[in-house]
Design a protein around this ligand. Structure first.
Ligand SMILES: [Zn+2]
Length: 99
């Protein structure tokens, strides 16, 4: 469990990982932190952190799925991240890809 968690953390930091994996990592860390606080207050720190990590991981995964939506250039067809608004080559507004 500890090893798996460390892997997730590492994965979240690697640029090679997809947005979904990154968000899952962030969600897991946030969940573990919140869970740790809740667990600490109820006197079960470890348990709370584990529950928080599980919940945060799932939440982060869902958020990552939404964030992972891609945009494409209607002129050249290049694919960009959702964060990009205009095509740097053609200067036109990017459209969302429909699955
Ligand atoms: Zn373009």
């Amino acid at each position: 469990m500890k090893r798996y968690f460390a892997l997730m953390m590492l994965c979240g930091m690697l640029a090679a990982c997809t947005t979904t994996q990154k968000s899952t990592g962030i969600g897991t860390v946030a969940g573990a932190t919140i869970g740790g606080i809740i667990g600490h207050q109820s006197g079960k720190g470890g348990e709370g952190a584990a529950i928080g990590a599980a919940v945060g991981g799932v939440g982060g995964y869902i958020a990552g799925e939404k964030m992972g939506q891609k945009k494409f250039c209607p002129v050249g067809g290049e694919v960009f991240d959702e964060s990009v608004q205009y095509c740097p080559t053609h200067g036109v507004e990017l459209k969302y890809q429909t699955k």
